[in-house]
Design a protein around this ligand. Structure first.
Ligand SMILES: [Zn+2]
Length: 331
């Protein structure tokens, strides 16, 4: 048991745990010590010290000190046993996130090596190489991921848990353009757009996380919300960097509260104008939810059968799209 605990504390050092939970500390002198505000009591003067080498903390404000497990007991109000379970869960999540980072990087390498992937991006009107890099776009040809990941020694169990392989051992993504979904700088899911006959959209069976690229979009007081990531990509390419996407028409409560993190934000909903009106109906429902949440919602109407991606492909310019935005009525 005690060996287990030592191993656990080594795998997740105290300082790393705190930083992951948004603690910031400054170096004290040239040694292994850091000081910052105490997360355990209301603190105005930095009184919380970490010794990174000893993997211990001490707070001169609330006189609490100890190791990572002690810290979790106090900060999460958990028992010793529960704290250990909590930390094991964190370690598992970190391993999955590292795996997804590596997978996304692998798919990025594949993109330029496969003519069909590059052609597909061209066909969808995505031409700006720097944007393709910035979005971290990749390509899953299918059939070669396991060999690549085997070099890192991941367990099959982890690969299955992350959703990268099905229980039959097949790769989740094959012949798909991959958009990595980031949250706090880490990949938390991958979206794959089929370039062949398979069902077009696929996410790994795990949380889709927050709104796409919210870290950069959240600074805007006016936001454009689209259904698909290709809509987002072409709008970014046309200069509408305030575009975000929930991947689909349904927003989770967490995504809704992201939109509301700036009171009175203007949200332009630019969903597909498909013949069965599904996109427009979803836009109306969403607009009502946004209004209740205190936001200003406008529904952008594109020409019949168009989504933002196809609209630009059909020859529309940034000025044309801006005109659509200007015509959108406040709900
Ligand atoms: Zn304290």
């Amino acid at each position: 048991m005690s060996e287990d605990l030592e191993q656990l504390k080594q795998r997740l050092p105290l300082l790393e745990y705190l930083q992951r939970h948004n603690w910031t500390g400054n170096h004290v002198g040239a040694g292994d010590e850091f000081v910052g505000l105490c997360p355990l009591h209301p603190d105005t003067q930095p009184s919380f010290y970490i010794n990174a080498r000893k993997n211990l903390f001490y707070c001169h404000g609330c006189n609490c000190g100890g190791d990572l497990i002690r810290f979790v007991e106090r900060s999460e109000h958990l028992s010793f046993r529960e704290s250990i379970a909590h930390l094991k869960h964190e370690i598992a999540l970190a391993a999955e996130s590292e795996l997804l980072d590596r997978t996304a990087a692998f798919y990025q390498m594949q993109l330029q090596r496969h003519r069909e992937a590059v052609d597909y991006l061209q066909k969808r009107g995505l031409r700006d190489p720097s944007l393709i890099t910035e979005l971290g776009l990749g390509y899953a040809p299918g059939g070669n991921l396991l060999r690549h990941l085997a070099d890192f020694g991941y367990s099959l169990d982890l690969l299955l848990r992350a959703g990268l392989f099905t229980s039959q051992g097949r790769e989740a993504f094959s012949r798909r353009i991959i958009f990595p979904c980031y949250q706090q700088g880490r990949v938390i899911n991958l979206y794959g757009r089929s370039i062949g006959a398979a069902f077009p959209h696929r996410l790994l069976p795990r949380s889709k996380g927050g709104l796409f690229a919210w870290q950069s979009v959240s600074v805007f007081s006016t936001v454009i919300l689209v259904e698909g990531l290709f809509d987002l990509a072409v709008l970014w390419q046309a200069g509408f960097r305030n575009t975000t996407c929930a991947i689909g028409t349904h927003l989770t409560p967490a995504q809704l509260s992201q939109l509301g993190d700036q009171p009175g934000r203007d949200v332009y909903i630019a969903f597909d104008n498909d013949p069965n009106q599904a996109g427009q109906e979803a836009a109306c429902r969403l607009a009502r939810r946004l209004k209740i949440a205190g936001l200003y919602a406008r529904i952008v109407s594109l020409p019949a059968d168009q989504d933002p991606n196809s609209y630009f492909l059909a020859g529309a310019s940034a000025a044309d799209f801006r005109a659509c935005l200007e015509r959108a009525q406040l709900l």
